[in-house]
Structures are given as structure tokens and as C-alpha cells.
Design a binder for this molecule. Structure first.
Ligand code: ZN
Length: 501
């Protein structure tokens, strides 16, 4: 049996080498590639992704898994080998249904679509991107065909990002959340203690913003020996293997929040990937358990830590040293309230914690409409704008700040957005447990000490990669099924204190 496991690992190693190489090309495309490289890059990525897929769904892989399946029960159920065989067999069944030709076509189409989205966004011209979007949606609909029968056309898409959840589950979570979020925002808007955040919209030198962000994430434990940060139009994290996990951010010299919170967020993703057990290296389960779990990590470091008072008790004096002219006369409390101002805003990634989920619900509803065929791309900008008005009371004045703001659809990732909200929920569930296990966590954060926290996350979450189903992992750690309760409690306490209601 050991011999067969060795063969399986060799084959999976080759699949993940191809995946890693393709990730390098994707990273380069988003960071340094000149515009002229787009056509060739799309072909290169299509070829690599097709080869990786062909290798993964090969008969050889099928035979190895077939031989190993009966012996899994003789292994310890939590061993890498047992979990590897179980998770790979499941993924194999799934991928086997998808023709390699579709994979190549999808890769080529989305690579070009991302390129065209970028320039359409720069020109704020949705019509320029619409033909690409049409193609991507058609391919995604075709993809769902391979998984028939399903309860809902959106289920196979969601399953790629959040295994174990279906459309009905997400609808249920959102139905529970929506009225509570609306109530919270109502209470904030009626508060007689408004927050002034104009101090964040001064000129902040780009390099200094960059340096401060890197200083913080070094303290967090993001390992620059196994990663680096670059600039991109949309912040992201990508892994070429446990030893090379890269992040990006963007910097706006006139808006303080953009770069720093982007960096903290992506570092949260990056530390997850850097913390995966080396014994899972070069296998497809050397990856986060799901995007919801991934977002729980990024949003924990960004918000539960990075937007907390204890964090700024530690870092505010340092930030004032970076920006004396801007912040010397600003009190910590005013700064803390400013970075937590709740605003009906246009841009999801810059949204505050209280309104964030409404941005997600809007996208979820639009994605369902597109997949169910009830919405056409022609109507998208109008639908987007009217939903923004309905949910957030603001209307974008152009497509760049509206329907074109996110990269996801151009990359073909439908079913992804809801995982951001699930991540918020999971982060708060984990946070309650962490604070139980580390009673002096808040004073450690005040002292800018994060090693005990990071070790907890490593041991309980990171090290496992995607050995377990996300719902199972959350239950193992917290003892509870997915619930919005800790999250709502957290929001109400935090914003009740800031807005005094
Ligand atoms: Zn993220």
C-alpha cells in the first residue's frame, strides 16, 4: 500500500507543479505583465490548465484511487494519507465530469476577459466588457450542465468554493442576517454621535503607507522569507507552494484605509497558506479548506484585530511617527472611530463592517438572476444601481464604481461572493473560542504581540489545509454549526459603543 500512496503522491505532485506554474503566470499577469502579453498569456495558461486537468482526471489516477479506497479504513482517520485519498477521490469524481477541452476554453476566455475587464474598468465602460461577460456566463452555465441533476443551478458553482454548502443554505443564512443588518444600520444612522473620518482623506505618502503596512504584517507573522507583496489593480493572494505565498495591495495617496486594510486582509490569507503542514506539500489539499474559511482568516486580521481598539493602542503611536503632519494632533479615539465609520458606500472592498454584507447579498442575488436566466447582462448596470439604492441608499455615478468594480466575474468565479459573508460569520465564531482559550489576548494585541494567536490558528486551522470539509472543521474547533449569532453580537457591541446606542 505504501508503494501505491507513493505513486499517488508523485502523480499529485506533478499536478500541483503545473498548478503552481500556472499560478506564477497568473500572478505576473496581474502585477507586471505589459498589456501586449495578454494574448500569449491566455494561451499559455489554457495549455497548462488543460495539462493539469488531464493529468488529474487520468485513468492512472483513477486506478490508484481505486486500489487505495478499500485500505483507507485501516489508516488513522485523521492521517494525511487517509484524508488525502478521501478528498482526492471526491475531487476526482467531480473533475472527471468536466472535459479538459472545457477547462482550456474557460482558462483562455477568462484570462482575456480579465484583461478586458481591467481596461473597461479604467474607462468605466461596461459595454466594452459585456461580450466577455456573456462568454464567461455561457461557459459557467455549460459547466453546471456537467453536474446535473442538481437542486439549483447555482449549487455546482457554490460547491467549488464552499464544499458542503448549497444555495438554500446560503439563502437561509442571508435571510437570518438581512433584517439584523438593516436594524443595525438604522440604529447607526439615527445616532446622535456621528463619526467624522475626514482625517483619513489627507495626503499620505505612498511609500510610507507601504512601509507601515509591511511593518505590521511582519509583526503578525507573515513570513517574507516565504512571500512578498506587490501592487495590483485588485488585491489578492496566490500560492505557488507553501514556501512561496504572495500578496498584493493597492495604494491611494489620498485615502488612508485602502492600502493598510488591504495588506492586513491579504496577509491573513497569506499566513493561512504559509501555515499549512509541509507534509501536505505538492498535493491539492495544501490549500485552504474553503473560501469561507479563507475569508475568516483574512477578515479576522483585517477587522477583528486591525480595526480594534487594542490593536491601535499598540500601533497608533507608531503610525503618528510615520505621519506626524497628518496625525500629530489627532487623538487615538478619534482615529479609532474614523477607521470604523459606518457609511453607505459604493465600493465593497472598502466597505465598513456594518454594511459589508449588504454588498455581498446584492451580488449573490444578481448571480442567481444571471444563472437562472432571469437577468440579462444588458440590464446589469441598471439592476446594480437600483439595488445599491435600495440596500445602501447610494447610486454609483459610473460603471467603474458600480458593476465593474470587482474582478470576480471576469475571472469566471461565480459562487464566490457569498463566501465573504460566511467568512465573517466563521471569523466571529472562531474569535469567541480564541478569546476563551487565550484569556489575555486583548492585552497581547495591545502590546503588538501576535505569536500566541498565530500559533492557535496554525494548530487549529492552518496546518490542516483542506484535509477536512469546512463545516466539519468549524465544528471540530468551536463545537458548533454555522451560526450568525456571534457575528451579530460582535457588530452590535462594537458599533453600539462607537455610536452610543
Ligand atoms: Zn479575501
Amino acid at each position: 500500500m505504501e508503494e501505491i500512496i507513493k505513486k499517488l503522491r508523485e502523480l499529485l505532485g506533478e499536478v500541483s507543479d503545473i498548478g503552481g506554474a500556472s499560478a506564477v503566470l497568473g500572478w505576473d499577469q496581474q502585477t507586471y505583465m505589459p498589456p501586449g502579453g495578454a494574448q500569449d498569456r491566455a494561451m499559455q495558461l489554457a495549455t497548462l490548465n488543460r495539462l493539469g486537468h488531464e493529468k488529474f482526471v487520468s485513468d492512472e489516477m483513477g486506478h490508484l484511487l481505486e486500489e487505495l479506497r478499500p485500505t483507507v479504513e485501516t489508516l488513522h482517520p485523521d492521517s494525511d494519507e487517509a484524508r488525502l485519498v478521501i478528498q482526492i477521490a471526491k475531487e476526482y469524481e467531480k473533475q472527471r465530469k468536466v472535459p479538459s477541452e472545457w477547462v482550456a476554453n474557460f482558462s483562455r476566455t477568462t484570462s482575456l476577459a480579465q484583461h478586458n475587464w481591467q481596461s473597461a474598468r479604467e474607462q468605466s465602460n461596461f459595454e466594452k466588457f459585456r461580450p466577455d461577460l456573456e462568454q464567461v456566463i455561457d461557459l459557467r452555465k455549460q459547466y453546471t450542465e456537467y453536474f446535473k441533476p442538481y437542486d439549483h443551478i447555482y449549487d455546482p458553482l457554490l460547491d467549488d468554493f464552499e464544499p458542503g454548502m448549497n444555495t438554500a443554505d446560503v439563502k437561509r443564512v442571508f435571510d437570518e442576517l438581512r433584517p439584523l443588518q438593516v436594524e443595525l444600520i438604522q440604529a447607526i444612522s439615527e445616532s446622535s454621535h456621528p463619526v467624522d473620518n475626514s482625517l483619513l482623506n489627507q495626503y499620505f505618502d505612498e511609500q510610507k503607507q507601504w512601509d507601515f503596512g509591511e511593518e505590521v504584517i511582519k509583526d503578525f507573522g507573515y513570513d517574507f522569507e516565504r512571500g512578498r507583496q506587490d501592487k495590483s489593480a485588485h488585491p489578492f493572494t496566490t500560492s505557488f507552494g507553501i514556501g512561496d505565498v504572495r500578496i498584493t495591495t493597492r495604494v491611494n495617496p489620498n485615502v488612508f484605509n485602502t492600502a493598510l486594510f488591504g495588506t492586513l486582509h491579504e496577509a491573513g490569507h497569506g499566513m493561512y497558506e504559509q501555515g499549512i503542514s509541509p507534509t501536505l506539500s505538492r498535493t491539492p489539499i495544501a490549500d485552504g479548506a474553503s473560501l469561507g474559511l479563507h475569508e475568516s482568516q483574512s477578515r479576522m486580521w483585517e477587522n477583528l484585530i486591525g480595526r480594534s481598539r487594542p490593536f491601535w493602542i499598540g500601533y497608533y503611536p507608531k503610525l503618528q511617527e510615520y505621519f506626524p503632519a497628518q496625525l500629530e494632533n489627532v487623538k487615538l479615539e478619534d482615529f479609532y472611530r474614523a477607521i470604523n465609520k459606518v457609511e453607505k458606500s459604493l465600493i465593497r472592498v472598502e466597505a465598513d463592517e456594518a454594511t459589508y454584507n449588504l454588498h455581498i447579498m446584492l451580488r449573490f442575488e444578481i448571480e442567481l438572476g444571471l444563472m437562472e436566466g432571469k437577468l440579462s447582462t444588458e440590464d446589469l448596470p441598471d439592476i446594480w444601481n437600483s439595488k445599491m439604492e435600495e440596500y445602501l441608499g447610494v447610486t454609483p455615478s459610473n460603471d467603474a464604481d458600480g458593476v465593474l468594480q470587482d474582478i470576480h466575474w471576469s475571472a469566471g468565479i461565480f459562487g464566490y461572493f457569498s463566501t465573504y459573508s460566511l467568512g465573517n460569520l466563521i471569523a466571529s465564531m472562531l474569535w469567541e473560542k480564541i478569546n476563551e482559550d487565550i484569556p489575555d489576548l486583548q492585552s497581547q494585541i495591545e502590546a503588538s504581540k501576535f505569536d500566541v494567536l498565530l500559533s492557535w490558528l496554525r494548530k487549529n486551522i492552518h496546518v490542516h489545509g483542506s484535509k477536512y470539509e469546512p463545516v466539519d472543521l468549524v465544528k471540530r474547533v468551536t463545537g458548533s454549526d454555522l451560526t450568525a449569532e456571534p457575528y451579530i453580537k460582535y457588530l452590535n457591541t462594537k458599533f453600539g459603543e462607537i455610536y452610543k446606542f
